[in-house]
Design a protein around this ligand. Structure first.
Ligand SMILES: C[C@H](O)[C@H](O)[C@H]1CNC2=NC(N)=NC(=O)C2=N1
Length: 113
């Protein structure tokens, strides 16, 4: 099990295994703001903002994390909100990589609007 603080410093690893069962439960419990889909194949969080400038500043900050980690979210962008979804294509589900990026996105100053 990885402490939240460690997730903020962690690097994504290629080929990370799919998390299931109690290991997945533990990571989900550490990121209560991120909701899994019913099949637990992705986690998503909606971030609300005052305007589109703030949304786009957030999107660009998320993109920096995605480039740095080589792990890429799906983004649903609208005028005053952005919903960020993470899943790991290579394991067709959730890996620790998704929780690393979720933690780092949640910690962005741009997310604190
Ligand atoms: C080689 C490289 O690790 C892969 O192409 C990366 C790129 N970005 C990715 N992003 C996500 N979300 N899942 C992946 O499995 C994935 N794989």
């Amino acid at each position: 099990m990885t402490a939240p603080h460690d997730l903020l410093l962690a690097r994504c690893t290629p080929g990370a295994p799919r998390l299931e069962g109690s290991a997945l439960d533990a990571e989900l419990a550490r990121q209560p703001a991120w909701a899994p889909d019913p099949e637990r194949r992705l986690i998503a969080r909606r971030f609300g903002f005052d305007n589109f400038y703030q949304v786009m500043a957030f999107v660009n900050a998320v993109a920096e994390i995605a480039h740095a980690q080589d792990h890429h979210p799906d983004l649903l962008v609208s005028y005053a909100a952005c919903t960020v979804s993470f899943s790991t294509h290579s394991c067709s589900g959730l890996s620790l990589n998704d929780f690393i990026c979720a933690a780092q996105v949640s910690a962005l100053p741009e997310a604190q609007a």
